[in-house]
Design a binder for this molecule. Structure first.
Ligand code: ATP
Length: 224
């Protein structure tokens, strides 16, 4: 599904963020990127939807180099959830999702609202559809953000520390949601500092250190 082939990235100041990363994420698989701060995890994640452009090697999505795909099409196939929850502050939960559907085209206002409601239901937020982000907890906001990233039915979901802004008691809800999405076959790459979270949602753990992928192992084998 996603293949990293000798992926390298050097910043303008000459520092290398990624060095010869090779790896493959199969369809329906959840891979957690683990490793120390500054190791290159977010950079690697962002090469998939081209928020970061690689300067060596390539990233292949379903057989096609991502640079050969039109950016809007690529971003529709690859959903992205940021660490800092970035909902539109002046829009209710349901409108946050409906706006993305409307922008994508093809749906009437009523249809996009209906589909948005369906997604809020899937993430357990149906009863808060009319709430503004400020009236929601961090975990609830993150669930709306995940609904927003999922509503165009992307083949792949990228998540950059989806739980780092959350209180520990809210992490479980997001973990359960991601497990549900995984069970439905969504391919995911998730950057996380939390080993327990990684083991809880991922099939495989990739250890990133100094811009290199130094280990790739089944999550169930990871030490508790
Ligand atoms: N746009 C940029 N320009 C220059 N350097 C950058 C840029 N983005 C990231 N870096 C640097 O690249 C390195 C890798 O950063 P990255 O964010 O990928 O690490 P990370 O493993 O995700 O870290 P963390 O766990 O702290 O989020 C870091 O040294 C960082 O300072």
């Amino acid at each position: 599904m996603i293949r990293f082939e000798q992926v390298g990235k050097t910043w303008r100041d000459g520092s290398a963020a990624l060095e010869a990363v090779d790896g493959e994420v199969r369809r329906g698989e959840v891979v957690a990127l683990c490793g120390p701060s500054g190791a290159g995890k977010s950079t690697l994640l962002r090469t998939v939807n081209r928020l970061v452009e690689v300067d060596r090697g390539r990233v292949v999505l379903d057989g096609t180099d991502v640079r050969r795909l039109r950016l809007d099409r690529l971003r529709r196939r690859v959903g992205f959830v940021f660490q800092s929850i970035d909902l539109f502050r002046h829009l209710s939960a349901v409108d946050n999702v409906a706006l993305i559907l409307r922008r994508a085209g093809g749906l009437s206002r009523g249809e996009s609202r209906q589909r948005a409601e369906l997604w809020l239901d899937r993430v357990g937020m149906a009863d808060r559809a009319g709430s503004l982000p400020a009236a929601l907890s961090g975990g609830q906001q993150q669930r709306v953000a995940i609904a927003r990233a999922m509503c165009l039915d992307p083949e792949v979901l990228l998540l950059d520390e989806p739980t780092s802004a959350l209180d520990p008691e809210l992490v479980t809800g997001v973990r359960t949601l991601l497990r549900d999405l995984a069970a439905r076959g969504t391919t995911m790459i998730v950057v996380t500092h939390e080993a327990g979270f990684a083991r809880g949602v991922a099939d495989r753990l990739w250890q990133v250190t100094n811009g290199r992928l130094v280990a790739d192992r089944p999550a169930r084998e990871a030490a508790a």
